[in-house]
Write a protein that binds this ligand. Sequence first.
Ligand code: BG6
Length: 484
Amino acid sequence: MVSRVIPVETFDLVIFGATGDLAHRKILPGLYRRFLAGQIPAESRTIGAARSVITSEDFRTTIDEPIAEFVPKSRQDPAAIAQFLAQLHYIPIDAKGEGGWPALRDLVRPNVVKAFYFSVAPSLFGDLAERLHQHGIADATCRIVVEKPFGRDLASAHALNQSLAAHFSEQQIYRIDHYLGKETVQNLMAVRFANILFEPIWKAQYIDHVQITVGETVGVEGRGAYYDTSGAMRDMVQNHMMQLLCLIAMEPPYHFDPNAVRDEKLKVIRALDPVEPKDIVRGQYLAGGGQGSYIEHSENPDSRTESYIAMKVGISNWRWKGTPFYLRTGKRLRSRASEIAITFKAPPHSIFDNPGGIHENVLVIRLQPNEGMTLTVMIKEPGPGGMRLTEVPLDMSFADALGGDLADVPDAYERLIMDVIRGNQTLFMRGDEVEAAWAWTDPIINGWEARGDKPRGYQPGSNGPDDALMLMHRDGRRWREIKE
Ligand code: BG6
């Protein structure tokens, strides 16, 4: 059961950086899938713009391959692909000069929804904003979409915000965090705010702790130069994991409305405690399994950048004071598995003398793979042998519950691009939210840089460095296993 597709308005979408990796892997295959689903009107146009001097025809030819590679075979319909490619145009553009801008101005239509996707290095955001404005291509209704990394600290994020704000209002700026476009991430809000079941006990009084895990099996090979200037803290925690934490911790917004949701997330970020060095473990993967080490992949023999981080985070507000949030993410771990696990407290008093004790209820929201939810509950073990209790999972796989075929559920980018065209900013980050996230992140990074901390080595295919176990053990808790 996949929801009804409502076509968006006719649009002109300009993708700056259209020959790049993100456009090939995500944006263009995603647009094709929305076209195939019937969501994109026939008169819409996607205009690639990049430095390469090629024709629209050449551009269309280069898109064949990404569609073949990144769209499931069952969704590759030659007639639809041909129609989709016919919507594509291309203009060679010079982001810092004048080349291509008049041609772009002539191509973009005044009476349709206009969106400009900046799939380029952040250092070009200001130039693109300026040129769009100077050449009269942007107007007060157009939208611009920007990708992460949105800065590398508070100062750079603030400068980026200002360079965009010089020409666009906040209502026109769509800052993408693709985790917000994931189906299960949005389900977090549905589970919390469309059911009475959890919300009354969604607080420190009843929740012992929260674990957020984003495990990956890939290393940084191929993008080591970028990654080495970033590390897991900037690449994953400041944005994706922060968003997950916000959706778990925020107060119910008064309405599912962009500013109401983002106001509540911002309050959570502002309430995050500073993190002490003893509550952080950083790691770097070693060589193994026929693959090189982080040091080899980053080509920086002295690198102190972390490919793994685990941390304990506190939130100082009435709802959460006293409930720790444990976050961990890393490359080259045992499995590609991401989940949020909410461990509730044990009942205050047990009437049963159960040999195995009473286990706490755990609500697990699996983000990927096998999207779904599990709630563990204690029940009576079947049979006549007295009142023995056992723990069982109430398991719901979304694929099973919703009819088996998740191939038509839009991936994060598809959904987010359609939201841009619809003019819905709920799943995009507001400027103040990004800055608040950096304001929390900066002292943590500055702290380990000033101390000269080195990440611990960890075996590829493991759960990360052993020290991360201690982070939980010393609190009398345990990490869940990272498994698919
Ligand atoms: C990106 C990070 O934003 O998210 C990558 O830069 C990471 O390092 C990726 O691998 C993870 O996204 P997903 O959707 O595969 O979980």
